[in-house]
Design a protein around this ligand. Structure first.
Ligand code: ADP
Ligand code: MG
Length: 240
């Protein structure tokens, strides 16, 4: 589904992705971790072309992201993205937040879009909040709406960039539970997170980044039991 081959990216002189090779198969859940500034956000932002790559090859569900022919609308519809800061539309109700893109971009009839949105709200446990506005919701609820909104486009891949980092501790679990449920349903997921419990339980693989390089890639059990690099050891120690 996602294939990085010798990918490089620079911000001016800063080498932010350095020879990245990563393959994610359909239905796999990959957790990306590493110190702040190591390039995790940039890595996942390249997958839906929020950031273009400079060198190498990146294909996503058969689309070559360096090709000028790549249909950006199709790519963005197939790849859902959940941000740390929720990014809901503040002036729209929960229901309208979810139906906006399906109606405007997929041309889904309003009634059908609303039915689908209600199913998604059931799935994330927020059907009773359909008419609420984002400011009336807790952070955990807003993030669950943001996940429902991304799912409304029927993506084949879901990307998460530290989805629980802005949440109060008591709300982290409810968001991770929704993500775990999504993983069980077979969604292909790339998740930047420091929630190592989630990584251990849900991930098929853990990727550890440092200074734009993928230093380690292993099954969670292996990564936690026996990290290979000092940087990874330090990183894990400091999370405890
Ligand atoms: P992480 O998500 O692991 O904290 P990022 O991918 O956000 O790391 O950033 C990696 C490096 O690239 C950092 O040094 C950051 O300051 C830099 N960076 C990120 N975005 C930009 C940008 N748009 N322009 C210039 N530098 C950037
Ligand atoms: Mg980041």
């Amino acid at each position: 589904m996602i294939q990085f081959q010798n990918v490089h990216k620079w911000f001016k002189t800063l080498h932010v992705l350095n020879d990245v090779n990563l393959h994610v198969k359909q239905g796999e859940v990959v957790v990306v971790c590493g110190p702040s500034g190591s390039g995790k956000s940039t890595l996942i932002r390249t997958i839906n072309k929020l950031e273009p790559i400079n060198e190498g090859r990146l294909t996503v569900d058969g689309m070559d992201l360096l090709s000028k022919k790549t249909d950006l609308n199709r790519l963005r519809a197939e790849v859902g993205f959940v941000f740390q800061q929720f990014n809901l539309y503040p002036h729209l109700s929960v229901l309208s937040n979810i139906t906006l893109a399906p109606i405007k971009i997929r041309n889904t009839p309003k009634k059908e879009a609303e039915e689908q949105a209600m199913q998604l709200l059931e799935r994330v446990g927020l059907a009773m909040k359909r008419d609420a506005y984002p400011t009336q919701l807790s952070g955990g609820q807003q993030q669950r709406v943001a996940i429902a909104r991304a799912l409304a486009m029927k993506p084949r891949i879901m990307l998460f960039d530290e989805p629980t980092s802005a949440l109060d501790p008591e709300m982290i679990g409810e968001v991770l539970a929704v993500m775990q449920d999504l993983a069980k349903s077979g969604m292909t997921m790339v998740v930047v997170t420091h929630e190592m419990g989630f990584a251990r339980e849900v991930a098929d693989r853990v990727v550890f980044m440092d200074h734009g390089v993928i230093l380690e890639e292993a099954q969670p059990e292996e990564f936690f039991r026996n990290p290979q690099h000092d940087r990874a050891k330090q990183f894990l120690k400091q999370l405890l």
